[in-house]
Design a binder for this molecule. Structure first.
Ligand code: ADP
Ligand code: MG
Length: 312
């Protein structure tokens, strides 16, 4: 059964179409990765799912509750770590948790218990007396996570939680997401424009570009949708642009691009056209310095599906 359902969401800001008929279902216990470049519409979609803004058409529900018809019940299911941090800067870590905990209807002994648990989980226990305004981006992000999980939500939504975050906080966030998902079967929506993060963390991936669905499925489903199987990396002693163009003409080559002195070839049948590639190199008198084959990454799948790089 699906835990989150998004049906035909369309959103315009003035005349600009920002979400174009977006639909998906998220199974309970999934870690759902919503990826797309900056401006794709990820935060707008999150804001609609969480009831912060209204769509022009379409509907969303959480745990069976419509965000429009039963907003309090739907919102009660979720914890949100927004892209723009929401914290009281002049208050201490502890006071922030107390303040937001009251919003969730927590009080007394239970509130204290949950504050301490959240501090423990996010590694902030020994900094609970410090004022938020002195914190780094990573520490603030951790505190926002602590706030979001105080009421033990069944659905945790994190919007670009690792932007501007130090590696230690980033690992803390990853570890937490994996744990809470495994131990409590918490459903997670995780948005990012870093493909490699989503690739390692998420069980289902939804690619959004300019407000439209580009692909949706497991990592391997998406890769086969893009018809990409492998990546061949070659470094030549004497490569050039003309050679890259010739590689693109080999049957089975989907994409070919150079980065520094390295040529990357994305293929749909890497085993079969390897001979052609070698033959071309020999005929063109190219000296191969380095050569390897690997599985294509989501970054390259995105490139193949949209013709553009995720991070311009
Ligand atoms: N409140 C708003 N008013 C007008 N345009 C907006 C507003 N919020 C977002 N947009 C526009 O909608 C598009 C999608 O933005 P956003 O959802 O923030 O993308 P993402 O989170 O994927 O980076 C962008 O072009 C952005 O400029
Ligand atoms: Mg965003």
């Amino acid at each position: 059964m699906s835990y989150v359902s998004v049906k035909n969401i369309t959103k315009r800001f003035d005349d600009k179409l920002v979400l174009d008929n977006v639909s998906f279902d998220i199974k309970e216990g999934d870690i759902f990765g919503l990826i797309g470049p900056n401006g794709a519409g990820k935060s707008t979609l999150i804001n609609i799912i969480t009831g912060l803004i209204k769509a022009n058409s379409g509907e969303a529900s959480i745990g069976g509750y419509s965000i429009l018809k039963e907003p309090l019940k739907a919102k009660g299911m979720l914890g949100l770590v927004p892209q723009e941090l929401a914290l009281m800067e002049t208050m201490s870590v502890y006071d922030n948790l107390e303040y937001f905990g009251a919003f969730y209807g927590l009080g007394g002994k239970l509130l204290k218990e949950r504050i301490n648990e959240s501090l423990e989980i996010t590694g902030l226990s020994d900094r609970k007396k410090e004022k938020v305004k002195k914190f780094s981006g990573g520490m603030k992000r951790r505190l926002n996570l602590a706030v979001a999980i105080m009421h033990k939500p069944k659905l945790l939504i994190m919007d670009e939680p690792t932007v501007g975050v130090d590696p230690q906080s980033r690992n803390c966030i990853f570890e937490y997401v994996r744990n809470i998902n495994k131990e409590n079967n918490t459903t997670v929506i995780y948005t990012s424009h870093y493909m490699e993060e989503v690739e390692s963390l998420c069980s289902h991936i939804f690619i959004l570009d300019s407000g439209k669905e580009i692909a949706s499925g497991s990592k391997s489903e998406i890769k086969s949708m893009a018809n990409i199987h492998g990546k061949i990396k070659i470094t030549l002693e004497n490569g050039n642009d003309e050679f890259v163009l010739k590689i693109k003409n080999i049957k089975g080559v989907k994409e070919c691009f150079t980065q520094n002195s390295e040529i990357s070839v994305l293929t749909d049948e890497s085993i079969f056209n390897l001979d052609d590639l070698m033959l071309l190199a020999i005929n063109e008198k190219k000296k191969i310095k380095n050569f390897n084959m690997e599985e294509a990454s989501l970054e390259e799948v995105f490139l193949s599906l949209t013709g553009k790089k995720l991070r311009d």
